[in-house]
Design a protein around this ligand. Structure first.
Ligand SMILES: *[C@@H]1O[C@H](CO)[C@@H](O)[C@H](O)[C@H]1NC(C)=O
Ligand SMILES: *[C@@H]1O[C@H](CO)[C@@H](O)[C@H](O)[C@H]1NC(C)=O
Ligand SMILES: *[C@@H]1O[C@H](CO)[C@@H](O)[C@H](O)[C@H]1NC(C)=O
Length: 414
């Protein structure tokens, strides 16, 4: 029965790969990460106190573009698209990035430490920090000028949960025992039956935003600490963007940073095929929200403050600027993208344009560059379309862990 063999085959492969990845990362974090942490002098309090980086040339009367920025990259929130914007901005102005070494995150899910920055020396100062991390304010802050701008992105926690469940499910071992067609629905029917807060990678399935921001994702939602943490986020971050209002968020970012329209142009990166995105129905949506109550409280707070910011910016002005951004994005689309839209992985011709896929599926879309692009846009088009991993390599980051993992995947054809 060939029709039955294939799913089994696939599941076996997925399991082997899941185990390998789990084992490998466990080894990596348990063995290599502490080594790196130990190398740093815990007494070392030397921190970056250099003045903000100012642009070489500014025209009079205009504000000065800000160059120092910390982007707390949350998971599954369109943050890869924002990363591309920051990579481009940093390259354009020859800014200094704090990159991790070996991998594309700072030993997530362990807390950020300055010693995890590639080639870190005490006193080092950076302009941009933007890779995945579990946030640790004092450690991050010590690496940038005191005037650096802190930003992050949030997303409706029910949808974030759905996205995380499908993207990371394979690397969260306690989900392997879920059976049936709709594992997400099954999990949400009775989360505590399946969820194990001590389980490997458990954070991906419970209040992921709270966790990424450095807080305890298992807090009782009624605890007074929840409100304290939320207010702390508000104090520390100059702009909290919303994935649902990405264009409005970018306009606020441009305004805050005094950047140009070109700096915030983008194509959606790391997006899923529409057919691979199940709709969360009313009841499931409610359950997902309830299950991620801490994130829901966080989101509610920043959804409100976001619209106050838009109000202060001016609604009409916002509408105008969003229209400008969309028009320019469309123009770039017709200049850069072959066929004008994102395509399935199999249809991507250049390997350097292949996005990283979640284990077990190939649902993440990518792009083909047009064959003929005028000189003026050639560079920008390529940069705007380059997926995160390849862009990091282009920026000189040595991703040896990812490389090994890629060989294993290619070997298993998964
Ligand atoms: C600064 O920019 C202006 C135009 O914006 C240009 O005319 C001028 O030469 C630039 N100066 C320097 C030092 O680059
Ligand atoms: C940097 O921040 C300090 C206060 O922390 C402020 O006095 C100073 O004007 C700021 N500098 C710039 C260039 O924004
Ligand atoms: C966010 O705020 C807007 C405007 O107040 C509101 O219409 C929307 O329902 C809110 N979204 C969520 C998920 O709370």
């Amino acid at each position: 029965m060939p029709s039955l063999r294939k799913p089994w085959h696939s599941m076996a492969k997925a399991l082997i790969l899941g185990c390998l990845l789990t084992g490998f990362l466990l080894l990596f974090y348990a063995y290599l990460a502490p080594l790196q942490v130990n190398m740093a002098d815990p007494q070392d309090e030397t921190s970056c106190s250099s003045p903000p980086t100012l642009p070489v040339n500014t025209t009079e009367g205009s504000c000065q573009p800000k160059m120092d920025i910390v982007f707390m990259k949350t998971h599954k929130t369109a943050s890869s698209t924002l990363l591309n914007i920051l990579f481009r901005f940093g390259q354009k102005h020859h800014l200094k990035f704090a990159f991790p070494s070996g991998y594309n995150d700072f030993n997530y899910p362990t807390f950020f430490r300055r010693s995890l920055v590639h080639n870190y020396q005490p006193g080092d100062c950076f302009n941009i920090i933007c890779n995945h991390m579990r946030f640790f304010y004092s450690e991050v802050h010590s690496l940038v000028t005191p005037n650096a701008t802190f930003i992050t992105v949030l997303r409706d926690p029910a949808h974030l949960f759905e996205s995380s469940f499908h993207y990371f499910g394979m690397v969260v071992p306690f989900t392997w025992k879920l059976t049936g067609h709709n594992k997400l629905a099954k999990f949400l029917q009775n989360p505590t039956q399946y969820y194990n807060p001590q389980g490997y990678n458990a954070q991906f399935l419970h209040n992921l935003l709270f966790f990424d921001l450095g807080y305890n994702n298992e807090l009782d939602p009624r605890s007074p600490q929840v409100e304290e943490h939320i207010l702390e986020v508000e104090q520390r971050f100059h702009l909290v963007m919303l994935q649902e209002y990405f264009d409005e968020s970018l306009v606020l970012l441009k305004d805050l940073m005094c950047w140009e329209l070109e700096d915030i142009l983008y194509f959606k990166l790391n997006a899923r095929r529409a057919s691979a995105v199940p709709q969360l129905t009313g009841e499931l949506y409610q359950r997902a929200t309830e299950w991620n109550q801490l994130d829901a409280l966080l989101y509610r707070h920043f959804n409100a403050s976001f619209w106050r910011k838009v109000e202060a910016f001016g609604r009409e002005r916002m509408a105008r600027e969003v229209a400008n951004l969309r028009r320019e994005n469309e123009r770039m689309r017709s200049i850069c993208i072959d066929g004008g839209q994102a395509v399935d992985a199999e249809a991507i011709q250049e390997s350097s344009m292949q996005p990283w896929q979640p284990l077990g599926t190939k649902t993440i879309l990518g792009y083909n560059l047009k064959k003929r692009i005028n000189q003026r846009h050639k560079q920008l088009c390529r940069k705007m379309l380059t997926p995160e991993i390849q862009y990091l390599i282009d920026l000189g980051v040595n991703l040896w862990v990812i490389r090994i993992f890629k060989y294993i995947r290619e070997f298993l054809r998964w």
